[in-house]
Design a binder for this molecule. Structure first.
Ligand code: AMP
Length: 395
């Protein structure tokens, strides 16, 4: 695979695929611009090289038709401020009007095309749509890690029709952390997996158990494992059909000599609400009509000790329902624990990334992914379609 710094960009029309799928509030204000900031190294590099920059991205789920609330206008505005230069926004991503603007684009200028998903052909990986996008570019650079696990026209189809293509610096960084560093981790290597369901992360657990020295399982998914060990878990989240699989993972860990840690106490309530009365109990004592919604203080101490001497820590998924303050302590304590270690700390995107931000520890984590789904698929050992397409294109 080629990377941006191995391709001649001078004077070329360089099309960047970014993942600018940023969260917006009801007034279309960007509430978190980390995905925009994350691609500035690639953009600044191309501009310094004298490229004519064309940006393509999706935002939200407009389902194949123009939805004004999902316009990339707020993104163009924010990017313009971050770059300190004008970012033009075309009113579509294909068509004669766009072609005219692209043709007039001068070196050092930045043009953003409107939301790719205003066309249903984008998610359908439609060949003709790919060709239309490719027509605007001399060079194609994919830096949209957050979308790399999807096979769409703008990140897979397009690579068949561009003259030169490669990955940007963000993609390079994500692959470095989620593939290179984790393939040969500095040991002890500890994985912390949480979140709601075992089913979402089953393949990740199966793949990681072979690689780690220790594994911590928390969050809602821990209750399926606790039930697999014969405990009564009240009305806690459980996936009964996966109890057998959970047992297999526990056995596998034992066979491989991997130390696997589950919560030993938890915060319980009768409902998942901020007003609910809460109690802290050992996992053996969960009341029949109560549910576990966070790890308890004894578990926090245990998990802290487990990661204390780690050299590499990977974390994906919160330890509890961290969106509600009463159940956020466990997740927040784990963020601070990670931030306080001397290990290489790698955090998956999505909810875990939100939890790190909420705890104000962004600067104390070695790497926070910009792609929850894509990083999970890498952890499952899968090849991402966008990466595969870039590799083929370089051949
Ligand atoms: P995931 O997307 O799989 O990482 O799951 C994140 C979600 O898991 C968050 O919205 C949490 O509220 C939820 N979660 C974490 N712990 C629990 C729990 N004990 N019971 C129910 N949901 C949980």
């Amino acid at each position: 695979m080629n990377f941006i710094n191995q391709i001649d960009l001078k004077g070329k029309r360089v099309m960047f695929r970014f993942d600018f799928n940023v969260p917006l509030d009801s007034s279309q204000n960007i509430t978190d611009d980390i995905r925009i900031r994350a691609v500035l190294p690639s953009l600044n590099y191309a501009l310094d090289e004298g490229a004519r920059v064309i940006i393509i991205s999706h935002l939200g789920r407009p389902k194949g038709k123009p939805v004004p609330q999902m316009s990339l206008a707020p993104v163009a505005k924010r990017l313009s401020r971050l770059l300190g230069k004008q970012v033009l926004l075309a009113n579509d991503c294909i068509g004669p009007d766009v072609e005219k603007i692209v043709q007039d684009l001068k070196p050092g200028c930045v043009l953003m095309l409107e939301n790719l998903r205003f066309h249903k052909e984008e998610e359908a990986n439609d060949d003709e749509f790919s060709q239309k996008l490719a027509y605007f570019a001399d060079v194609y650079i994919d830096d949209a890690f957050g979308n790399a696990h999807r096979a769409h026209a703008s990140n897979v189809g397009i690579t068949k029709y561009v003259k030169a293509c490669g990955a940007g610096f963000l993609m390079k960084k994500e692959l470095n952390y989620f593939q290179t560093q984790l393939d040969k981790p500095v040991r002890p290597f500890v994985a912390i997996i949480g979140g709601s369901k075992v089913s979402d992360k089953l393949s990740t657990l199966i793949n990681l158990i072979k690689k780690v020295d220790k594994m911590i399982i928390g969050g809602g998914m821990a209750f399926t494992f606790l039930k697999a060990q014969g405990l009564e878990i009240g009305t806690s989240l459980v996936e009964d059909h996966l109890i057998e699989q959970a047992r297999d993972i526990l056995e596998k860990a034992q066979k491989l000599g991997v130390k696997l840690y589950l919560p030993i106490d938890c915060v319980i309530a009768q409902s998942m609400s901020a007003e609910a009365v809460t109690k802290i109990v050992p996992v053996q004592e969960i009341f029949p009509d109560w549910m576990g919604l966070d790890i308890g203080p004894a578990t926090i101490t245990l998990f802290r000790e487990v990661i204390a001497n780690a050299k590499t820590i990977l974390w994906n998924g919160p330890m509890g329902v961290f969106e509600i303050d009463a159940f956020s302590r466990g997740t927040s304590a784990m963020v601070h624990a990670l931030a306080g270690t001397h290990a290489l700390t790698i955090v998956g995107g999505g909810d875990t990334d939100v939890a790190v931000q909420k705890a104000g520890e962004n600067d104390n984590i070695s790497y926070i992914s910009t792609g929850g789904g894509a990083s999970l698929e890498l952890l499952e050992g899968k090849t991402l379609p966008a990466i595969e397409a870039l590799e083929k294109c370089a051949d």
